[in-house]
Each structure stands twice: as C-alpha cells, then as structure tokens.
Design a protein around this ligand. Structure first.
Ligand SMILES: [Cu+2]
Length: 175
C-alpha cells in the first residue's frame, strides 16, 4: 500500500485533532476523584508533628450537577473520630467547631481549606507523615460514598500567611 503525502497529512491531522479528546478523558490533575456529579480535587492533609493528637484534611469539592449536594460525613481509620469542622470568629479569636453537613452548590464549588471548612481527625492513631497518603471515605447526600486519598503535605502547607495552631484546643475541650 502506498501512502500518498495527502494521506499522511490527513492521518497526522487526525492524530492532532483527536489528541485533545483523549487528553480530555484522563484527569488533568491525577489527584482528582469523582462520584456522581461531585468532583474532589486535590485532597490533602497537613503533616502532624510528633505527639499531635489531631490533624486536618482539605480539598476542593466541585458540583457539576444542577442540584446542590451535601457532604454529610467523612470516615477514616487514621483517627478515632472524624468530624466536619469550620472556623468561627469569637471575640477576635478563631475557633473550630463542628460544621454539620457542608453544602456543595449546584454548578459550583466549596473549598475545604485552612481557616475554613476542614475534615478533622481527632485522636490520630499515628502521626500524619509528609509524603504519605491515606484513604478517607466521603459520604455525600445525593452522590453517595467515595474513598479518596489524602496527600500529606508539610506542616505549614497552605497556611496562606495565617498563623493558626490547628488542632490545639480540641482535645482539651472535648475529652
Ligand atoms: Cu477542626
């Protein structure tokens, strides 16, 4: 079979045209999870220093659906208890408290990030070591359950210039 220059050009053009299609099938970022209409982008946790009892996890929750959904709970073996938390300002002091279900707006997103919503790990069974990963199961009201891997990043990761002793104060009040 003879391949004319035109044929080769066509094949090449086709390859170039279809490339983005295949690229589109694979997640842009490998650290991304999906369940139903919900996409979980870059779930991560802060590394915890030696004797810290508590840790926190963060991620971006995106909702591609036309109806709001809610993150109802999170589960993990890394801690005795896992809670959904938020931060509130009280007399100029930032405090954490259970947030209840976290709403993910229709065609929108919500950030779980330092200083805001987070997944709280209370009573860590082992320190969260930088560079490791651990599974956390997220339960959404509509989309259902999905297990994601949290990447453990440095102790100061994502602080955004805000100084906060995350985790301190919890055990004292609750136990
Ligand atoms: Cu907390």
């Amino acid at each position: 079979m003879k391949l004319s220059v035109t044929t080769i050009a066509r094949v090449a053009a086709l390859a170039i045209l279809t490339l983005p299609l295949f690229g589109g099938l694979a997640p842009v970022c490998a650290h991304e999870f999906k369940v139903g209409e919900i996409m979980i982008d870059h779930p991560w946790a802060r590394a915890t220093p030696g004797r810290a009892k508590n840790g926190a996890g963060f991620m971006k929750l995106m909702n591609h659906g036309g109806a709001p959904d809610r993150l109802m709970e999170a589960r993990s073996d890394v801690a005795e208890r896992v809670e959904l938390h938020t931060h509130i300002h009280e007399n100029g002091v930032m405090k954490m408290r259970p947030s209840g279900p976290i709403e993910v707006p229709a065609h929108g997103h919500v950030m779980l990030e330092p200083g805001s919503y987070h997944v709280m790990f209370l009573g860590l069974t082992a320190p969260l070591a930088e560079g490791t990963k651990f599974p956390v199961t997220l339960v959404f009201e509509k989309a259902g359950e999905v297990t994601v891997e949290l990447k453990v990043e440095s102790v100061g990761a994502g602080a955004g210039g805000m100084k906060m002793n995350h985790g301190a104060g919890h055990g004292m009040k609750k136990n």
